[in-house]
Ligand binder design. Structure first.
Ligand code: ZN
Length: 353
């Protein structure tokens, strides 16, 4: 098993983490190494659930915070092992999110007496189907492990605080028609033509900009797919337009779907899947203290992340980590050495009080 030296420095540690390949479903070796490294620290109680490792301080502090990161990456793209070039670490997962995991592991090792109790969570299967997500499984089977006043998810955010996250839902607008031979089109009703007013509604749609806890979330309702057609000589009897609604945290999943139904009143609208939004919770004292201690301006998160899982447990959560989110999942992903140090220093100052 590769061993991780948590007392070296955040750059070597990031590279060591990148060099242990951990594509989703293959996290065992890395989880073993993380568990072994944390188990050697007397100030932490470390436990293992599948390929998720949880390590916590128990200092009876007034407040408990979670610092979390996923161990897995998307598939390799010829970007292993890691390379250090011009103060950037390149390699699979460097940005998403082994840099963030390295920062969290460094804090776990070096801040033995934080002023707030900390639960560190390193989990598997974030980059694949939601039901396998290690954090989701922990939330379902052992929610008490995630009990906290506040959570920081160390996803790449260019070392900026990104509060909450938008919800997302996909729905299909079902357009009926009547099948006929295209030589006698007047005997049928063309379902694809029936999509025209639906597309017009989408083109005219004015998405909301919604302030929540002081951050402005920009929504979007867009067609992301269209299917229809039977054969080259048939008037089609069905067409489906798939829409994706990215909604602000002031709407629940049910309210978001009701809005889509209302927008397409008069049509059959079928819900395909949805995931809730998460309010940033920046009005809560522990979240406000985090933002103040870091001295950075919070921004809204455009996208869905695991902070929503914390929100479902009633724990306000933010994304904060090294690396630019636009580089995540790219062949040339990298993390800036300066951001690794900035995150480690600022989070360290917050935990040391
Ligand atoms: Zn990620």
């Amino acid at each position: 098993m590769p061993s991780l030296d948590l007392h070296s420095d955040v750059v070597s540690l990031t590279r060591a983490l990148v060099d242990v390949e951990s594509v989703s479903g293959n996290e065992r070796t890395l989880a073993d190494a993380v568990e072994a490294a944390l188990s050697g620290l007397p100030h932490l109680q470390t436990r293992r659930f599948g390929n998720t490792v949880v390590a916590r301080t128990s200092l009876s502090r007034a407040e408990r915070v979670v610092v979390a990161g996923h161990l897995d990456t998307v598939p390799e793209a010829g970007n292993l092992p890691s390379r250090l070039v011009d103060d950037r670490i390149y390699g699979l997962g460097a940005c998403d999110m082994k840099g963030g995991v390295a920062v969290a592991l460094r804090l776990a090792a070096t801040v033995a007496e934080p002023v707030r109790d900390v639960t560190y969570v390193f989990y598997d299967c974030e980059e694949i189907e939601a039901e396998k997500n290690g954090l989701g499984q922990l939330a379902r089977t052992r929610p008490e492990e995630l009990t906290a006043d506040f959570a920081v998810l160390m996803e790449p955010s260019s070392a900026q605080v990104e509060g909450g996250c938008q919800g997302t839902l996909r729905a299909e607008i079902v357009l009926p028609g009547k099948r006929a031979h295209s030589a006698r089109a007047w005997m049928g009703a063309n379902a694809i033509h029936a999509a025209a007013p639906v597309l017009a509604r989408l083109a005219e749609y004015k998405p909301r900009q919604v302030p929540v806890d002081g951050l402005v979330y920009r929504e979007g309702l867009n067609a992301v797919g269209i299917t229809g057609g039977v054969a080259g000589n048939v008037i089609p009897d069905e067409c489906r337009v798939t829409v994706n609604y990215r909604f602000a945290p002031d709407r629940s999943e049910a309210a978001a779907f009701a809005h889509v139904q209302e927008t397409f009143a008069g049509y059959v609208v079928e819900l395909r899947d949805s995931a809730p939004a998460a309010a940033p919770g920046l009005d809560r004292p522990s979240a406000a203290a985090f933002v103040e201690a870091l001295g950075v301006e919070p921004h809204p998160k455009f996208g869905w992340t695991d902070v929503a899982r914390f929100a479902e447990l009633g724990v306000p959560a933010v994304n904060y980590g090294p690396g630019e989110s636009a580089l995540a999942h790219t062949r040339d992903e990298y993390v800036e050495v300066a951001e690794l140090h900035a995150c480690e220093d600022r989070m360290g100052a917050w935990l040391r009080g």
